[in-house]
Design a protein around this ligand. Structure first.
Ligand code: TYD
Length: 222
């Protein structure tokens, strides 16, 4: 985490939310804002661009299928492995060089997406979510996570506008469940620093709210 007196320290920021919440747009907007203030910023995302992340993208776009039995567990394991590789190969080196590293999704996505797309609410799902957290035990903690809270309807409209091939988790009922889970993100990752931003507004208004929410955690450049 950046010290008040040293703006060269790296800061690890994560953006989270349902599909269409605006994590990609807002990651890029925030990085541009930082760069304009002479702060080094590096945007990355999960699944990462590494070998395991590339495999995961094929699964998400439904060009590769995993065995149906325990598919969510297999996905969680692949995401966790991709994450460790991502931290070591890309996130840590940039943090060491003093960048603000902005990751479009991290392990909150794993706990929410993989646990919600399987078991119904109840002890089984709670245990599965705890197991996913445990799989990510060695993943570096973000300095701060921004959850973009959007209504499922707004997010669905954005996905329609964006077009493209249909993805694995796009079903409306699932997205509504995911949105409710994101509202309670701090219960899912207790101990993490999490800020919520209302993501329903237009892009500029959300970008301004993100800047304000992150101001206590990220110093501008010299
Ligand atoms: P992507 O096309 O990048 O979606 P978005 O632009 O909305 O982030 O695909 C990422 C998908 O992968 C998204 O549906 C969320 C899902 N995902 C998981 O299920 N678990 C995870 O751990 C991560 C990082 C992503």
């Amino acid at each position: 985490m950046a010290q008040a007196d040293d703006h060269h320290d790296g800061v690890f920021v994560v953006f989270e939310g349902i599909d269409g919440a605006g994590t990609t747009t807002q990651s890029q907007r925030y990085a541009a804002w930082l760069r304009a203030r002479r702060r080094l910023a590096h945007v990355t995302r999960e699944p990462s661009g590494g070998p395991m992340g590339s495999l995961l993208r094929l699964v998400i776009t439904q060009r590769v299928s995993l065995p149906a039995t325990h598919r969510d567990a297999a996905m969680a394991l692949l995401f966790a492995a991709d994450r460790l590789d991502h931290v070591e190969s890309e996130i840590n080196p940039h943090l060491r060089d003093g960048y603000v590293v902005i990751s479009d999704r991290y392990d909150l996505s794993s706990v929410i997406y993989q646990s919600m797309s399987g078991a119904d609410e109840g002890p089984e799902r709670t245990a599965f979510a705890a197991w996913i957290r445990d799989c990510n035990r060695y993943a570096r903690r973000p300095d701060v996570t921004v959850v973009l809270d959007v209504s499922p309807e707004v997010a669905a409209q954005r996905r329609r506008n964006r077009g493209g091939a249909s993805e694995l988790f796009e079903e409306a009922e699932l997205q509504a469940k995911l949105a409710r889970a994101y509202l309670k993100a701090e219960e899912i990752l207790p101990g993490d620093r999490i800020v919520h931003v209302d993501g329903d507004a237009d892009v500029d208004a959300v970008a301004a709210a993100v800047i304000e929410a992150l101001a206590p955690f990220v110093k501008e450049g010299p």
